[in-house]
Design a protein around this ligand. Sequence first.
Ligand code: PGA
Length: 255
Amino acid sequence: MKSAKKIIVANWKMNPLTREEVDAITKGSLAKAKAFKKIQMILCPPALFTQYIKAKIKKSNNVTMGAQNIAVEPQGSYTGEIGAPMFADLGITHTVIGHSERRKMGETDDMVNKKVTIALKNKLIPIICIGETVRDEEGAYLGTIKNQIAKALAGVKKESLPRLVIAYEPVWAIGATSAMEPHDVHQMTIFIKKSLIEIYKTREMLPVPILYGGSVDQTNAENLIKEGEVDGFILGRPSLNPDVLGEIMKAANTL
Ligand code: PGA
C-alpha cells in the first residue's frame, strides 16, 4: 500500500553532543519539514534530548517524534533502559526497533519481537528494521529477510499491521558510499510485500508502509522513491544536515 504521506525517519543515532547543535539541527529540520506537506517526518534523537526537542515542535502537524530503541520489558529493574510506556507518556509516536547497529550489539530476533509487541501495546508505531548483511549470489539473503519479518511479527495480529512500518536497510549500504540500486530496492519491496502475504496466509495486499534506508542522499532520493516504490526513508547521516534533509524531502514530496 502507498501511505498517504511519505515517511522520513530522521535517525540521529548517538549525535550530536551538545544542546547548541541540537538546537541548530532541530530548527533547520523543522523549517524544511514545514515546506513539504506530503512528508511526515519522525525525529528520532538520542533519548536524552527527546523532551527538550518535543517542546519545540508542539504545533507541527507533519512532525512527530520517535525513540531509537525501547527496552525489552515495559518497566522494572533494567538499569540504563527506557521503557515504551515512558516514551508513550511523553507523546512519542514511533520507535525504531531492530536497527542493524543494535542487532550488532546483540539484539536478537526474539528481542525484536518482544519490543514490537510492547510498542504496539503502548500505542507506539514500531519501525521494524530488517536487512541482510551480505547479498550472496545464491539468494540466501531472501530467506534471511523473510525470516526476520516472520520472527519480528510472531504473534502480531493482522489487524495491527496498519500500525507498523517496515524499514528495509541492507546492512552493507548503511553508512556506505552508495545506496542500493533503485531497481534492486523495488525487487525487495515486492519481496517484502509477498512475504507478508505468505506469513499472514492471505491474498490481499497488506497495509504496511515499506521504507528504505542506507546511504540515501540528495542525488539518489528521487529515483529510490520513484523506481524503488518505497513509502519513505530512514536516514542516518542526512538527518544531521538540514540542507541535505531538505533536498531529500523535496524529492520525496513531489512524487
Ligand atoms: P545512513 O544510515 O543514512 O547514514 O546510511 C542509515 C541508517 O542507519 O538508518
